[in-house]
Design a binder for this molecule. Structure first.
Ligand code: PEP
Ligand code: MG
Length: 843
C-alpha cells in the first residue's frame, strides 16, 4: 500500500558515519548520483535499510538498490571502484525482483579483501529517487547496524522529471566502451545528462529498455563492455537529446575509455593493439582496407493515418519484400542463398507475426510502427529462449523486418559505396546484406556480433569470403582506409601488418589456391590410398542443390541427408506427396549406383522444427531428440518412412536413425519400417542403419551390429556426449574436440564391432571433413567419409596422398595419447612428413 508517512531508513552496516563531502570521489561527493551518507564499515553484511523490492543488484555484487512501496529508491554501493573486483569478495544473498524486509541481509563481503584490493571500503547509502530527508544521528561518529539513520518524506522527490510524449526517434546502435559497463558512476552521469532534456528517453540493450533518467534502471540493464546500445527519445528536444547522449556514451560517460567510439565516420586510428581476435565464421585470408558500414537511423512515427490506409501500406511493403526475395532467389549463386531467402519469404507470411502487426494497426498505429513492433517482439522472444539456433533465427527475423520497414518508409536500399579491396567492418551484417556483397570489391568481413553457425557465416562460406565474427567492439573504431590483414582461419585481424606478414599470407594463399585448383581438377578420381585401399567419400547434404553440387565435386553418393533441414523455417508440415517428391528428386539425381543415406528427422536439441511442436526442455540435448521424439510420434516417422520408400530403386536407398541409445529403439523403428514396406507392397527392405553418436550405442556396437546394415558415426554429438560438453558452448568450444582420445577409442571399438559382423562404418560428423583427421580415421578402419560438400575434392586428394599401412600405425599411436591437443600435434607432424612432402615431390 502506498503511504506518504515519513519513512525511517536503517543503517545497512555498523561503522563510522561520514558526510558525503568527505568521500574521495567527486561523483559521490557532488551528490550526482543522489544525496545520502557514507559509512566506513566495521561489519561485513550489508542489510536492507527499508522494506521493498530489490530493484537492482549488480552481477558483481558490489551495489544494490531497494525500492520501497512508496517509490523511495535507495542505492547502496560498497567501497569505491569495487566494480573492478568483478565480484571477488562479494556474496549476493538476494536476487533482483525479490521482496526484502528492513534489516534483511543483502550482500556479504570480505572487508579485508575489499580494503586491500579496491580504492576504499567506504560504503554509500544514497536516496537516488531524490526525496528530501533528515539525519537522525550525529553527522559523524559510530553507528550500529539497524539503527534508524534517515527520515525520508515520500512523494516529495525534488528531481522528478516530467516526460514528454510523442513518436520515438532511435539512435544508431553503438558499442559501449566502458570496461565495467554502465555501473553506478557512468550510469549516474548518463542519467543526469538525460534529465537535462524534456523528451522521454530510453536506453536500450538488446531486448531490454531502461528509463534513461533513472540511475537504477540503467544499472539494472547490467551492461558490459561491448554491449550494443541504442538511445531513443520522444518529445520536442528528442533529436538534441539523442545527439548529446550518444556522444556521452561514446566518450565513456565520464570514465576514461580506450578511445571514443566514433559513430558515423570512424577516423580514429587504433591504439597500440595490433591484433584483434574473433571466431572464424568463414575460412580464408585477405589483405585489404577497412570499410566501416553502419545502418542509417530510422524515423518511425507511432500513430497511423487510419487502419485501412495503414493496412494497405503494410500489405504493399510485404508484397514488395516478397518480390524482392523472389528475385534474390532467382539470381542466387548457391543453394545456401536460395534456402535462406526462401526461409525469409516464409517469415513474411508467418500468421502470428501478421496477427500481431494487424492488431496494432487496429489500435491506430502506423504500418511502420506495427510491423517493427511485431518483428522486434518476436525476435526478442526467439532470443530469450536460450536456444542458440533460435537466437540466430532472430537475426533472420530482424533482417526481414528491416527489409519491409525500409520499403514502408521509402528508404532506398543504400548500396554501400565501398572502396576496392574492402574488408568490411560492422556491428552485425544481416543475411541479406551478406548475400548481396559485391565480391569484386569485398575481400572479407569482420563483425562484432554473430556466431560461427549463423546464416551470415553460412553465406560467407558459400561466397568463399573469409570472415570473423565475435570480434571486440574496438574494430568499430578502426579508421576507414587503414590496411588490415584478415586471417580468418585463425580468427585474427592484424591491424598494422608488416610487409613480411602480408607477403607470407599472400604466398600461403597462392599455394592454397593452386592446391584447390588441382584438387578440383582431380575431383573425379577415386579416393584410393597409394597402397590401394579405397575409401568412399560422400556428401553431407541438406537440399537437392547440394546433392547436385556434390556430384560436380566428385562426391560418390550421399552419406548423410539431414532430412530435418529440408523443411527448416517452415511453419506447416510438408504434405506426404511433397516429402516423397523431394526424396525422389534427390534419389534421381544420384542414380541407382550411388548410396543415398536419408537420416530420419533429427529434431530436438539444437534443431527445432517449427511444424513439430515440442515442450521446452531443461536439457534439450538430453531430452526428446531424434529417434526418441519420432518414436513418441510414430505417425511422423511412419509418414517419413513412406515418403522415403517412394524412392526405392532410384538410388541405393539407406535409412538411418539418429540419436539411437538403446537396442529397443532400433527394434521398434525396424518393425515400423518393415510394416510400411509390406503395406506398400515392396519386395525389398531398404538398408537400415543407425548413427553412432551416443556413447551407449558406441559401447554396445557389438550388440547393435548384427541388427543393422551399417553404422555412421556422428562425431559432433558423440563428442558432446562423451566429454559432457555442450556442442554450442562458447567457452568450451576449444575443449569439445572430436580429436579427444576418448572419442577416438569409441570410433575404434565401433569399427571393430561392425567389421566383425561384416557391416560398414562411415563417419558423417565434422571430424570427417578435417584433413588432419583423415589418416587417423582410415587407419582406424572407417570405410566411408561423409563430408561437407565443398571439402569433397580436398578429402579425396588427401586420401590419395596416404599409405594405409602408415595410417594404421598413426591411428594406433594416437589412441594411446592423453589429450586432443597431443593427438592434433601427432597428426600435424605426420601430415607435414607425408602429405606436404608428397606435394613438394609432385610439384
Ligand atoms: C553428428 O552429430 O555428428 C551429426 C552428423 O549429426 P548432427 O550434426 O546433424 O547432429
Ligand atoms: Mg548428431
Amino acid at each position: 500500500m502506498t503511504t506518504t508517512q515519513p519513512l525511517e531508513l536503517l543503517a545497512p552496516l555498523a561503522g563510522v558515519l561520514l558526510p558525503l563531502e568527505q568521500v574521495p570521489d567527486p561523483v559521490f561527493s557532488s551528490r550526482l548520483i543522489g544525496d545520502g551518507l557514507c559509512i566506513d564499515p566495521t561489519s561485513q553484511t550489508l542489510c536492507a535499510p527499508l522494506a521493498g523490492v530489490i530493484s537492482n543488484i549488480q552481477d558483481s555484487g558490489h551495489a544494490v538498490s531497494v525500492t520501497g512501496d512508496n517509490g523511495i529508491q535507495v542505492l547502496m554501493h560498497i567501497g569505491l571502484d569495487t566494480v573492478n573486483l568483478a565480484g571477488k569478495g562479494f556474496t549476493r544473498l538476494v536476487e533482483e525482483g525479490q521482496r526484502v524486509e528492513a534489516g534483511q541481509p543483502l550482500i556479504e563481503f570480505d572487508a579485508d579483501f575489499v580494503a586491500l584490493n579496491a580504492r576504499s571500503l567506504l560504503t554509500l547509502m544514497l536516496v537516488v529517487s531524490g526525496e528530501p530527508f533528515v539525519l537522525l544521528a550525529p553527522a559523524t561518529g559510530l553507528i550500529d547496524v539497524g539503527q534508524a539513520l534517515l527520515q525520508v518524506m515520500p512523494g516529495a522527490a525534488a528531481n522528478e522529471v516530467v516526460q514528454e510524449e510523442g513518436d520515438a526517434v532511435f539512435s544508431k546502435p553503438l558499442t559501449l566502451p566502458n570496461v565495467n559497463g554502465l555501473h553506478a558512476r557512468p550510469a549516474a552521469v548518463f542519467a543526469q545528462a538525460a534529465k537535462g532534456f524534456k523528451a522521454s528517453i530510453c536506453l536500450h540493450k538488446q531486448t531490454h529498455s531502461a528509463n534513461a533518467k533513472s540511475l537504477v534502471a540503467i544499472m539494472a540493464l547490467q551492461t558490459v563492455q561491448g554491449d550494443v546500445l541504442q538511445v531513443s527519445a520522444a518529445g520536442s528536444d528528442a533529436e538534441a537529446a539523442i545527439k548529446a547522449l550518444v556522444a556521452l556514451l561514446a566518450e565513456g560517460c565520464g570514465e576514461t575509455v580506450a578511445k571514443p567510439v566514433e559513430l558515423v565516420e570512424p577516423v580514429v586510428p587504433v591504439s597500440s593493439t595490433t591484433l584483434l581476435r574473433g571466431v572464424c565464421a568463414s575460412p580464408g585470408s585477405a589483405f585489404g582496407q577497412v570499410a566501416q558500414v553502419a545502418e542509417p537511423q530510422w524515423n518511425i512515427t507511432e500513430s497511423g493515418a487510419g487502419e485501412t490506409i495503414e493496412r494497405l501500406v503494410l500489405d504493399r511493403g510485404l508484397l514488395q519484400a516478397a518480390e524482392a526475395l523472389q528475385a534474390l532467389q532467382a539470381k542466387a549463386g548457391n543453394s545456401a542463398q536460395v534456402e535462406i531467402f526462401r526461409a525469409h519469404q516464409e517469415l513474411l507470411e508467418d500468421p502470428t507475426l501478421l496477427e500481431q502487426a494487424y492488431a496494432l494497426l487496429a489500435q491506430g498505429k502506423s504500418a511502420a510502427f506495427a510491423w517493427n513492433s511485431a518483428t522486434v517482439a518476436t525476435a526478442t522472444l526467439f532470443q530469450g529462449l536460450g536456444n542458440a539456433l533460435l537466437a540466430e533465427r532472430a537475426a533472420d527475423l530482424t533482417d526481414v523486418g528491416q527489409r519491409v520497414l525500409k520499403l514502408i518508409l521509402g528508404i532506398a536500399d543504400s548500396a554501400w559505396d565501398l572502396p576496392e579491396q574492402a574488408i568490411l567492418i560492422a556491428e552485425q551484417l544481416t543475411p541479406s546484406q551478406t548475400a548481396s556483397l559485391d565480391a569484386c570489391k569485398v575481400l572479407g568481413f569482420v563483425t562484432v556480433g554473430g556466431g560461427a553457425t549463423s546464416h551470415v557465416a553460412i553465406l560467407a562460406r558459400a561466397l568463399g569470403l573469409p570472415a570473423i565474427c565475435g570480434a571486440p567492439a574496438q574494430v568499430l573504431s578502426l579508421a576507414n582506409g587503414s590496411q588490415v590483414l584478415l586471417d580468418a582461419d585463425k580468427g585474427e585481424l592484424h591491424l598494422d601488418p608488416n610487409p613480411a606478414e602480408v607477403q607470407q599470407l599472400q604466398a600461403t594463399r597462392q599455394q592454397q589456391m593452386l592446391r584447390r585448383q588441382r584438387e578440383m581438377e582431380q575431383a573425379s578420381l577415386s579416393a584410393t590410398t597409394r597402397d590401394g585401399h579405397h575409401v568412399d567419400v560422400t556428401a553431407n547434404v541438406a537440399s537437392l542443390q547440394e546433392v547436385e553440387q556434390s556430384l560436380s565435386m566428385g562426391g560418390e553418393g550421399v552419406g548423410l541427408l539431414r532430412s530435418e533441414f529440408l523443411y527448416l523455417g517452415r511453419n506447416r508440415a510438408p504434405s506426404p506427396e511433397e516429402q516423397a517428391g523431394t526424396y525422389n528428386a534427390i534419389a534421381r539425381a544420384l542414380g541407382p549406383e550411388r548410396n543415398l543415406v536419408v537420416r530420419t528427422l533429427d529434431v530436438g536439441g539444437d534443431k527445432p522444427l517449427a511444424y513439430v511442436p515440442m515442450d521446452s526442455e531443461t536439457n534439450p540435448f538430453l531430452g526428446l531428440r531424434g529417434i526418441r521424439l519420432c518414436l513418441e510420434r510414430p505417425e511422423l516417422l511412419r509418414e517419413q518412412f513412406r515418403a522415403i520408400l517412394a524412392s526405392a530403386g532410384l538410388a541405393r536407398l539407406h535409412i538411418m536413425l539418429p540419436m539411437v541409445s538403446r537396442l529397443s529403439e532400433l527394434r521398434l523403428a525396424r518393425k515400423m519400417l518393415e510394416e510400411e514396406v509390406q503395406a506398400l507392397g515392396l519386395t525389398q527392405m531398404p538398408k537400415l542403419g543407425i548413427m553412432i553418436e551416443v556413447p551407449s550405442a558406441a559401447l554396445m556396437a557389438d550388440l547393435f551390429a548384427p541388427e543393422v546394415d551399417f553404422f555412421s558415426i556422428g562425431t559432433n554429438d558423440l563428442t558432446q556426449y562423451t566429454l559432457a560438453m555442450d556442442r554450442d558452448h562458447p567457452r568450451l568450444a576449444g575443449q569439445a574436440d572430436s580429436f579427444h582420445p576418448a572419442v577416438l577409442r569409441l570410433i575404434a571399438s565401433t569399427v571393430k564391432a561392425a567389421h566383425a559382423h561384416g557391416k560398414w562404418v562411415g563417419v558423417c560428423g565434422a571430424l570427417a571433413s578435417e584433413v588432419l583427421a583423415v589418416p587417423m580415421l582410415i587407419g582406424l578402419g572407417v570405410d566411408e567419409l561423409s563430408v561437407s560438400v565443398p571439402l569433397i575434392p580436398t578429402i579425396k586428394a588427401t586420401v590419395r596422398e596416404l599409405d594405409w599401412a602408415d595410417c594404421r600405425l598413426i591411428a594406433h599411436q594416437v589412441l594411446g595419447l592423453e589429450e586432443a591437443t597431443q593427438v592434433r600435434e601427432a597428426l600435424r607432424l605426420y601430415h607435414a612428413a607425408t602429405v606436404e612432402t608428397s606435394l613438394v615431390v609432385e610439384n
